[in-house]
Ligand binder design. Structure first.
Ligand SMILES: *[C@@H]1O[C@H](CO)[C@@H](O)[C@H](O)[C@H]1NC(C)=O
Ligand SMILES: *[C@@H]1O[C@H](CO)[C@@H](O)[C@H](O)[C@H]1NC(C)=O
Ligand SMILES: *[C@@H]1O[C@H](CO)[C@@H](O)[C@H](O)[C@H]1NC(C)=O
Ligand SMILES: *[C@@H]1O[C@H](CO)[C@@H](O)[C@H](O)[C@H]1NC(C)=O
Ligand SMILES: *[C@@H]1O[C@H](CO)[C@@H](O)[C@H](O)[C@H]1NC(C)=O
Length: 509
């Protein structure tokens, strides 16, 4: 939950960069960890320089009242024996459902009027349980039936907060897990945290949670897209805006220690790093799941959404920071449009398929339910499955490649500029189980290309036929195949998406 803190972020937004960088440049007290810092300094200097960051001083951890023990002699570990037990997965008949989940939503009174619309997009009060935790009372409108119940977080003024760049609301937000647990709701398997500007695809959330035994200790979420965020915070932390899930027994263990734990880390910045610090004390690592999206980027998410990793699309965040995901509509309208394919086939949402139009030598990349790109020429799958950098780094001064995954530049060759088609409609034929989704060309000026191959400008609409596939994620992950079909309609391309056939290859001979 790097957020509501978001209030703070919004206030902090300035052209020179990011509060986290400033945090690192603030002088730290000399401590017994100085030597460690020096080593840290040397090894990171090259990196920081190469990232063209402010080059003055160094990240040194603040001296802490609580210090962890380093293992200096590995052979001391050798004597520990691990209990060996064989667990079978929980029975299918008792699978996790939405009713087993309780959401804890971090919100602030200040942004409530705007942000509540994001929550209304995904939260269904009649099917879901959850609470919005606010810092103070807000006017209740006539729309409270569409929203989770609102509660005011407990007083945290007695907790120490010593991070000069952050905001002490981080403590309140971190405690949402405990406060939600203490409501004592029945039959809870998972606590799922999110921000007021997080939109969940709840069916996919359940698909992910079903893979884990809720009777065990699990902390599930994802990292930031920004390599620097992950260095400054942690590569072991679930970023709160992307949402994260904590199993019931882990929440129970956390509640016992959380308040004392929070007191041990007054120097941390946010709520989610406080959470991670407590998880580290409990010894529970982050189970990383790439479908939770913090989206610590600016600009256009297109590149990321058009080449989503092969995993269920669980959440989307920082909606006020990035451009609307569909052009020429408001952020809210764009997300409302995304709900159409979500309702038709949530498992397939944002799943990529790659195929070729042989006679025209085009490459076709489909992000089901979102957009289609047609490129002139043949691009290999390994290129097309790499997100194009249509977005900007969270740290504006950072190297534009400083992401926690590979990206590719948007091609400068005028012939290789993609023709983009955005979702306009999706339907399910419930008799046949087939979905038909339509994508309309985004009409923007296309640079002149001298290649002789046919121009994709001849296509106005792409229709995609795909069987609804709710069990997609019960199988091993694999990209769907696509095939260009003959179309009887003018200016329309028909593409079929589905399971790859035995021996079917993505190649052009
Ligand atoms: C490491 O621990 C082992 C067993 O406790 C001890 O025998 C050994 O001398 C230690 N080595 C060092 C370098 O401290
Ligand atoms: C289903 O799971 C719940 C919670 O773990 C457990 O209490 C219950 O006994 C299980 N029921 C069956 C039929 O396995
Ligand atoms: C709720 O109030 C708003 C104005 O505050 C109004 O536009 C809207 O129609 C009302 N909705 C209902 C369901 O009464
Ligand atoms: C954008 O939307 C406006 C109003 O709905 C419409 O008049 C205009 O043609 C649209 N522009 C594009 C490029 O679709
Ligand atoms: C669904 O498909 C069947 C078989 O192709 C067709 O007869 C029917 O008209 C379709 N229904 C709709 C609503 O498109």
């Amino acid at each position: 939950m790097k957020d509501s803190e978001k209030v703070f972020w919004d206030q902090m937004k300035n052209p020179t960069g990011n509060p986290h960088i400033a945090a690192i440049n603030s002088p730290s007290k000399i401590s017994s960890k100085l030597l460690l810092c020096l080593i840290f300094f040397v090894s990171f200097t090259y990196l920081i320089y190469s990232l063209k960051l402010l080059s003055s001083s160094r990240p040194c951890p603040d001296p802490h009242p609580f210090s962890s023990h380093r293992i200096s002699n590995l052979s001391a570990l050798a004597g520990i024996s691990l209990p060996l037990s064989l667990h079978l997965p929980p029975p299918l008949s008792n699978q996790t459902e939405l009713r087993h989940v309780v959401f804890g939503i971090a919100a602030s009174a200040k942004l409530w009027e705007q942000r509540k619309d994001y929550i209304k997009l995904w939260f269904k009060p009649e099917e879901m349980r959850g609470t919005v935790w606010l810092d103070r009372k807000v006017k209740t409108d006539n729309d409270s039936d569409d929203l989770p119940p609102i509660r005011i977080s407990g007083d945290t003024s007695k907790f120490a907060y010593k991070n000069r760049q952050g905001h002490r609301s981080a403590i309140r937000i971190s405690r949402i897990v405990s406060e939600t647990f203490r409501l004592g709701l029945k039959d809870v398997r998972w606590f799922v945290m999110g921000d007021d500007d997080t939109v969940f695809v709840t069916e996919n959330l359940i698909r992910v949670l079903r893979k884990y035994d809720h009777n065990q200790l699990y902390y599930i979420g994802s990292l930031s897209e920004s390599h620097l965020q992950n260095i400054y915070f942690s590569y072991s932390m679930a970023y709160g805006g992307g949402g994260f899930a904590i199993s019931y027994p882990l929440a129970k263990a956390l509640v016992r220690i959380q308040d004392r734990c929070i007191q041990r880390y007054p120097g941390l910045y946010g709520s989610d790093d406080r959470m991670q610090a407590c998880m580290a004390e409990l010894g529970v690592p982050l189970t990383k799941h790439l479908g939770f999206h913090q989206y610590d980027v600016y600009g256009n998410l297109f590149g990321l959404l058009a080449a989503h990793p092969i995993t269920p699309f669980v959440s989307i965040h920082h909606l006020d920071v990035v451009e609307p995901i569909f052009p020429n509509v408001t952020r809210l309208q764009a997300l409302q449009r995304l709900k159409i394919p979500m309702q038709v086939d949530s498992a397939g949402l944002m799943q990529q398929s790659i195929c070729y139009h042989k006679s025209n030598t085009w490459t076709i990349s489909i992000s089901w339910g979102f957009a289609i790109q047609i490129f002139r020429g043949i691009l290999s799958p390994r290129e097309v499955e790499m997100p194009a950098r249509t977005f900007l780094n969270w740290y504006r001064r950072a190297d534009y490649t400083a992401y926690a995954f590979n990206t590719r530049p948007v091609s400068r060759n005028p012939c290789q500029k993609a023709f983009v088609f955005y979702l306009s409609d999706a339907q399910l034929n419930s008799t046949t189980g087939q979905t038909i989704s339509k994508y309309a060309r985004h009409r923007v000026p296309q640079p002149t290309c001298k290649w002789k191959s046919p121009s994709p400008a001849s296509i106005d609409i792409v229709k995609v036929i795909k069987k609804q596939d709710p069990n997609l994620w019960d199988r091993s992950p694999r990209r769907n195949c696509c095939r260009v079909m003959r179309s009887r309609e003018k200016k329309t391309m028909m593409v079929e998406v589905g399971l790859c056939r035995e021996g079917e290859l993505i190649e052009v001979k």
